[in-house]
Design a protein around this ligand. Structure first.
Ligand code: GTR
Length: 425
């Protein structure tokens, strides 16, 4: 009895001290050690996929694995959705039109979509990405409604109790670079991620995982917040297909950080996205989970349990047991153009792990006759490398900057070309 008690209290103290120990991220490359990655081309029976056709089948196998282990199921049911134009405003001295639309799903859940399109006739390719802190933070235009749900931003003077105030207008405009995007001949579309699901462990309660649970036929715990955001990106794409000025075959999905994770997951599930951009998506995004550098699986599933399936945290410090790694997630994007970007001052996201994640998609891109990143070494600062898969590490901190946008526009300009001087139709 005494021994049992002693054991119980020892175990209890052990657990307590583990929980109390602050997490110290490994930031020493020499301590990462060597890792062995699963081969995207290796089928469950051990044989190797040799052509595109076989890969298409293998692709579904991997998608299913990611659904079962990490991000959860994706609803297969299509819901009726309707839209309403809220406002149309000429901006940038007449160079662009800003649209605000309300998008409603089965009358049960509504989100607000912001669009900035060039003010000229003809269809344009668009960038589509979720924003963190409300549409009003992407531009100073006063006609954009202030987002009224919880956001993670809480800068004094701009937000109060995590709710955007009038002063938050344009707070994150530098991450959107609307003028630059319009000048290059593209449109830009965004929705606050919290309009689909607030970024909180309890966010599912008033997010689409609850409001649409019956219609979608999925329980909240069967998928995840990242899943809900990715679903939101696809539903926004459905809506964009109904807008005559938008070339819906050229929707480039992008996202920064946690929203970059959502963009990758959206691109994997929805092959309509013509190109995918991951800006510093890090752990659970482009970075390899098997590399213990910066944020790791233990830390992310403890800080943000709602982003993934509950059971994903069982792989903490057992990353080698994962059936996949994040290079396989990105292989699911092939043969579409993929841009993975890091920042030197954002070691938390493991830039080298993001680079290696992008590089290890090569075998799949080659099945399509494309060179992905190619056999390049980890590049120097501000030196993009690669072809159909591109990578850069820029100087500076965790952010999505003017430099990043310049490179994304150059990349999609080569591959997803905007139509110049298009005729009226
Ligand atoms: C961090 C998180 C990262 C990344 C980042 C962000 O706190 O650890 O995985 O998603 O937030 O979204 O800015």
């Amino acid at each position: 009895m005494k021994t049992a008690l002693l054991l119980v209290s020892l175990t209890f103290c052990g657990l307590l001290s583990m929980a109390q120990q602050p997490f110290v991220a490994n930031m020493d490359e020499s301590k990462v050690g060597s890792i062995t990655l699963p081969n995207p081309l290796q089928k469950p029976d051990g044989t190797i996929v040799k052509n595109k056709k076989a890969w298409e089948k293998q692709r579904l196998y991997w998608l299913d694995q990611f659904q079962k282990v990490m991000y959860g199921k994706m609803p297969s049911k299509k819901l009726p959705q309707s839209s309403q134009l809220v406002s149309r405003t000429e901006i940038m001295g007449g160079k662009a039109i800003q649209y605000v639309w309300a998008l409603t799903f089965t009358g049960k859940h509504s989100v607000t979509v912001l669009g900035v399109l060039p003010n000229k006739p003809g269809k344009v390719p668009v960038f589509l990405g979720l924003n963190f802190c409300g549409n009003q933070t992407t531009s100073t235009e006063p006609s954009i409604p202030i987002f009224e749900k919880y956001v993670i931003c809480n800068e004094a003077g701009q937000f109060k109790n995590n709710l955007g105030q009038a002063e938050s207008r344009g707070a994150w405009a530098s991450r959107w670079q609307f003028e630059k995007v319009i000048a290059a001949g593209y449109g830009s579309i965004t929705v606050a991620c919290g309009d689909f699901e607030e970024d909180l462990p309890t966010g599912y309660r008033n997010g689409i995982r609850s409001t649409l649970a019956d219609q979608l036929g999925l329980k909240a715990e069967e998928w995840s917040c990242i899943g809900a955001w990715a679903w939101g990106l696809s539903r926004t794409a459905d809506f964009l297909e109904t807008i005559p000025q938008i070339d819906a075959k050229k929707i480039i999905v992008h996202g920064h950080s946690r929203l970059g994770k959502a963009a990758l997951w959206a691109g994997a599930n929805d092959q309509r996205f013509a190109a995918i951009i991951s800006n510093e998506s890090g752990e659970g995004g482009a970075a390899l989970s098997r590399r213990n550098y910066g944020e790791n699986l233990w830390r992310i599933t403890n800080s943000f349990p709602h982003w993934f399936l509950n059971s994903y945290k069982d792989y903490a410090y057992k990353e080698n047991d994962l059936p996949f790694d994040q290079h396989i997630l990105m292989s699911l994007l092939a043969p579409r153009p993929l841009y993975v970007a890091s920042a030197m001052g954002d070691q938390w996201s493991d830039p080298r792990g993001e680079f290696l994640g992008a590089q290890n998609t090569e075998a799949v891109y080659q099945l399509y006759g494309k060179t992905g990143l190619g056999t390049v070494a980890f590049p120097g600062l501000n030196t993009p490398v690669g072809q159909q898969v591109r990578y850069h590490i820029r100087e500076g901190k965790h952010d999505m900057t003017d430099y990043d946008w310049g490179e994304y526009l150059r990349f999609v300009g080569e591959i997803v070309k905007p139509v110049k001087n298009h005729p009226q139709h």
